[in-house]
Design a protein around this ligand. Structure first.
Ligand SMILES: Cc1ncc(COP(=O)(O)O)c(C=O)c1O
Length: 368
């Protein structure tokens, strides 16, 4: 028997549950809605699709390992230089490389409970002690509680803004004051996977790509507002030192030639981005109005999803299942340490309407 390191042996392997495209297999629903993964149900930018089709013809070639065309384009978008931009196989690919590049045995990561689940997995995978402050009563990051956890062992702090799954946002002032207090030897990772939605919803969303400090990296993704989750493309904006270090550990030919080409084209499609954020605004407003009518306890969101507090784990599970049985797939949050809540993505208008219709049916059943 081959012996495994304890941290790997303790990990749960991926359970091949139902893939999203056959989640309703065997059922004969007239209408369905997949509202579980905060994807952009509007699809992918037509400009990106055109670029994907063209790039597919170059699939026999290796991609540019420096990703320079896309990095230049991203640098222009963020008023910086390509030396400050790292691209990766999804933003979780970059996060994974951050663990590889910066952490030594004994180094700790600090963040919050009820945040992005990949961080829990990656810290376990890399044997990194993960200290988590509680969320506030409003399901927001408690920056003071996070600050209190700092110690000489702290290597990095992870902030998710807006936070997945709660949808809450850290304000400009709060994040600036927090960053100013953090010593320069501690890496600050700010995950802004939902930045495009947040900036369309609030003037107070802090665009930390403009912070320009040696110890700060902001992660962004093409998976959400850009509608390219299946292509696996993300990027980080950070200091030259951080980017240079991440370039050392990155797998040479990530991201793929198709993802790089799609990224360049997607950045040019402002019309698709506008449609996306408008659809999201309308969807959120519809959800809030409908959830108010049902007296549901939801958290106002700065992303493309809303978290609803169902009160108990039993109730959340029962509603999740009842919705699934009616053709609507949402996300249960036990892995996010919020088992009494459900997260519901904003989909197309008709998908949001289906969710509300079915949730009303289910709510009237008073399942628990
Ligand atoms: C906060 C957050 N960060 C990162 C990601 C993953 O992004 P990517 O698809 O670029 O790996 C997600 C996806 O759900 C997310 O919610």
């Amino acid at each position: 028997m081959i012996e495994l390191p304890n941290n790997i042996a303790a990990l749960q392997s991926y359970k091949p549950g139902k893939a999203v495209d056959n989640v309703f297999e065997g059922k004969n629903f007239e209408k369905t809605a997949i509202l579980s993964s905060n994807e952009n149900n509007l699809g992918t930018s037509p400009k990106a699709i055109e670029a994907i089709q063209k790039a597919a013809c170059n699939s026999f070639l290796y991609p540019d390992p420096s990703g320079m065309k896309l990095r230049k384009k991203l640098a222009a978008k963020h008023f910086t230089t390509p030396d400050n931009i790292i691209i990766g196989n999804g933003s979780d690919g970059i996060l994974s490389n951050i663990f590889k590049a910066f952490f030594r045995p004994g180094d700790e990561l600090i963040s919050s409970k009820g945040s992005f689940v990949a961080v829990n997995v990656m810290t376990k995978l890399n044997n990194i002690p993960y200290l988590q402050a509680p969320l506030t009563n409003e399901y927001a990051f408690d920056l003071e509680a996070i600050y209190q956890l700092l110690s000489p062992k702290t290597k990095a702090v992870y902030l998710c803004n807006p936070n997945n799954p709660t949808g809450t946002m850290i304000s400009k002032k709060a994040i600036e004051e927090f960053i100013a207090k953090i010593p320069a030897h501690i890496l600050i990772i700010i995950d802004e996977a939902y930045a495009e939605f947040a900036s369309s919803l609030s003037n107070d969303f802090p665009d930390t790509t403009q912070i320009n400090l040696p110890n700060v990296i902001t992660l962004r993704t093409f998976s959400k507002a850009f509608g390219m989750a299946g292509l696996r493309l993300g990027y980080g904006v950070g200091s030259k030192f951080i980017v240079e270090t991440l370039m050392k550990v990155k797998l040479t030919f990530n991201p793929s030639i198709i993802a790089q080409a799609a990224g360049v084209a997607a950045l040019e499609d402002l019309e698709f981005m506008d449609q996306t954020v408008q659809m999201n605004k309308a969807g959120l407003a519809f959800y809030y109005k409908s959830f108010d009518e049902m007296s549901l306890n939801y958290v106002p969101s700065f992303g493309n999803f809303v978290m609803v507090d169902m009160g108990t784990t039993e109730k959340a599970n029962a509603i999740f299942k009842a919705l699934l049985d009616r053709g609507v797939f949402v996300r249960g949050l036990s892995f996010f340490q919020l088992p009494h809540c459900l997260r519901i993505t904003v989909g197309l208008k008709e998908e949001c309407e289906l969710l509300v219709e079915k949730l009303k049916d289910v709510n009237e059943l008073q399942l628990i």
